[in-house]
Design a binder for this molecule. Sequence first.
Ligand SMILES: *Cc1c(COP(=O)(O)O)cnc(C)c1O
Length: 319
Amino acid sequence: MSLPTPEDVQAAARLLAGVAPRTPVLRSTTIDQLFGAQLYFKCENVQRTGSFKFRGAYCALAQFSEPQRGKGVLSYSSGNHAQAIALAARLHDIPALVVVPHDADVAKMEAARGYGAQVVTYDRTKEDREALSQRLALERGMSVVPPADHPQVIAGQGTVALELLQDFPRLDYLFVPVGGGALLAGSLLAREALGSDCEIVGVEPEAANRARQSLKAGHPVTIAHSRTIADAAQATALAPLAFDIIRSAAPPMPSATDAQLLDALRFFAQRMKLVVEPTGALAFAGARDGGMDIRGKRVGIIVSGGNVDLARYARFLSD
Ligand SMILES: *Cc1c(COP(=O)(O)O)cnc(C)c1O
């Protein structure tokens, strides 16, 4: 597969116009005073399906040929990509099958079903999701759209940063959460598309800091079975396509602990009235606690998603 380009991000933005809403950017003078910086929160937690994943999924399905459309699409993910594929498939009128771990967030699984997708569960400690997905896809002649290792997915995810940098061209920093790396790779392409010199920063869960380790090693490093509450950033490795883009830009890569994520969740709920899932709080936690000096700067933060089971969310807030 060929690497996506900055032009692909611009094409994705045209494709998504009128389909994926341009999400709001929230500001708060109280928060700015607290940080001694200007913070711009790009709220993908209110994107369709509750995360930015809808953008990439819609763009990937738009490229399907007629025969592919007839056979359908298969996706595997911790949940947000599955939901995104399910809705995008419905909009494109393509059948969808999603493969999710049996212990995936219940709300996410139900949502994928609600959008009309067939859901297959597997045990993540016993089965390899990619092997299982490949087998099912082969049996049914379905096309697989992975959550990150796909040029159109990366281009679609890049439209989040494209919108933010278009709306606020003078940002000094943009903090981006990292799982498989598509959102970060897409953000780097968006910066290039706009000729911006904003510094893009990737933030990972401390227990799953693949990107940092991969940049150091020079190849994608695998971390199997990481334990973190940031369930949407638990990919075992960076997607090879994303890694290529990330490696050549070599962005700073701070990380956040689960305790910092919990604190960030409470901050969003209390100060900003936002329901954010743990992974959605990564970028903010990285900006606040990641050791980078943001004082006096204009700082973009991608709030990447808000899909969290309410009972689990209640525990997060009260713990
Ligand atoms: C998928 C996801 C991420 C990580 O994005 P990648 O493209 O996999 O790096 C971050 N936050 C949320 C809410 C996600 O669903």
